[in-house]
Design a protein around this ligand. Structure first.
Ligand SMILES: *Cc1c(COP(=O)(O)O)cnc(C)c1O
Length: 397
């Protein structure tokens, strides 16, 4: 039947499903990887150094350390600042689990904080509520790609003598008046996973202005050894010494060649993400059944995600049913995130904790498709599918 929901046997809006996020690999990207395959280095070679230099300069700091994933980047950052057993790190609960796991890897205690109801970001006021004598750091998350209030967070960190860390996995290319994401905290971790701003297949990178932290991170990513293979070759030193318990978090030259090529395309990627977001903003300006998240003033958003909140009083069904209906229409909507403290692993410790803002948002949010290669016709499909689903599942009173 015409206009029946795909969920109920109707024709879907799209026959080829649209994902919520996707990489975009160009011929230049491919050529860069192939060149590296023909070179002398497959891992830890010149492409790693080149990527680190280009990345540091792109965000306006002096040091960047490339590693094997965003999760490794967070672990390396937490280790470089010496988090150890019993140390507390404040982490917003509205994030990907890795933001908290990195603290737990060190036997530290992730202390969850609730988020602002309009932006779903950690605020200085929320963070301050959780500071104790054991707090060592605040790990802010630029949820969806909107930079947090780093001026406020920095002042708070200074007041209590804490380290300020940023999980910038969503916000590469974002900025505030104070500068680019990557230069706003003591350490910022980024991911190079295919759905993120730029990709290396898998990969991560940490930026800092502090040479001492950069040196510590290079040791930690390489088994805790003081020199890597190339440095040994340069200095003629044959022996490497393990000075601490590190990991093999090295990233390959192949991956860095890809990331370097992608980094050149970042401005183009960001511009496209912002245009798609504008299309959505315009389409949603005058409807009552959902609204986009608020954006903090004076920030440049990187739009890793485009998150809307369903106004459930205008719907006959739950967010999960709306999500299911959209997916049946071929629209790869998603939920970012189920709050970390609600995952079974963290419930063992946090079953009594309540974070009302994140918990209620968790049942209302939807991430709509947004990625640089998305076409205008794809945007239209998302809007058509949303209207169709609302026609069937919304209240019309
Ligand atoms: C993607 C992501 C990570 C982890 O990055 P990986 O490269 O997948 O390990 C960490 N934090 C946030 C907020 C992320 O979105």
């Amino acid at each position: 039947m015409l206009d029946q929901l795909a969920l109920e046997g109707g024709t879907p809006v799209r026959s080829v499903p649209l994902p919520y996020g996707r990489h975009w690999i160009s011929e230049e990207d491919i050529a860069a990887v192939v060149d590296t395959l023909r070179s002398d280095w497959l891992t830890t070679g010149p492409q790693v150094t080149e990527l680190e230099k280009a990345f540091a300069s792109a965000v306006g700091v002096s040091h960047a350390v490339a590693v094997s994933s965003g999760t490794a980047a967070l672990h390396v950052a937490i280790s470089a600042i010496g988090i150890q057993s019993g140390d507390e790190v404040i982490v917003p609960t509205m994030t990907f689990a890795a933001s908290a796991n990195c603290v737990a890897y060190r036997a530290g205690i992730p202390v969850f904080a609730d988020v602002d109801s309009k932006t779903l970001l950690l605020t200085p006021a929320e963070a301050e509520k959780h500071i104790t004598s054991r707090t060592r750091a605040i790990l802010a998350v630029d949820y969806a790609g909107a930079p947090c209030d780093y001026v406020g967070l920095r002042a708070l960190a200074r007041k209590y003598d804490l380290v300020l860390l940023a999980d910038g996995c969503h916000s590469l290319g974002g900025a505030t008046r104070a500068g680019a994401v990557g230069s706003l905290a003591d350490l910022t971790a980024f991911s190079l996973h295919p759905v993120k701003s730029i990709t290396a297949g898998e990969g991560g990178i940490i930026t800092t202005k502090d040479p001492d932290l950069a040196r510590k991170m290079r040791i930690f990513r390489n088994h805790g050894m003081t020199t890597d293979f190339r440095e040994r070759e340069q200095t003629g030193q044959w022996q490497s010494q393990m000075v601490e318990l590190g990991f093999n978090y090295r990233i390959t030259d192949l991956q860095c060649a890809l990331a370097l090529s992608q980094l050149r395309r970042l401005p183009e990627f960001l511009a496209r993400r912002r245009i798609i977001a504008q299309h959505y903003d315009t389409a949603f300006a005058n409807i009552s059944w959902l609204s986009p998240l608020s954006i903090p003033e004076d920030v440049e958003h990187a739009y890793h995600l485009y998150v809307v909140r369903l106004h459930l009083d205008q719907w006959k069904v739950s967010r999960d049913q709306v999500l299911r209906a959209l997916r049946a229409e071929g629209i790869g909507a998603n939920v970012h995130y189920w709050p970390v403290h609600l995952h079974p692993y963290y419930q063992q410790t946090y079953s009594a904790a309540k974070y009302p803002v994140a918990e209620s948002a968790a049942n209302e949010i939807l991430s709509l498709p947004i990625f640089p290669k998305m076409l205008d016709t794809d945007i239209k499909d998302v809007l058509l599918a949303l209207e169709k689903v609302f026609r069937h599942l919304g209240c019309h009173c």
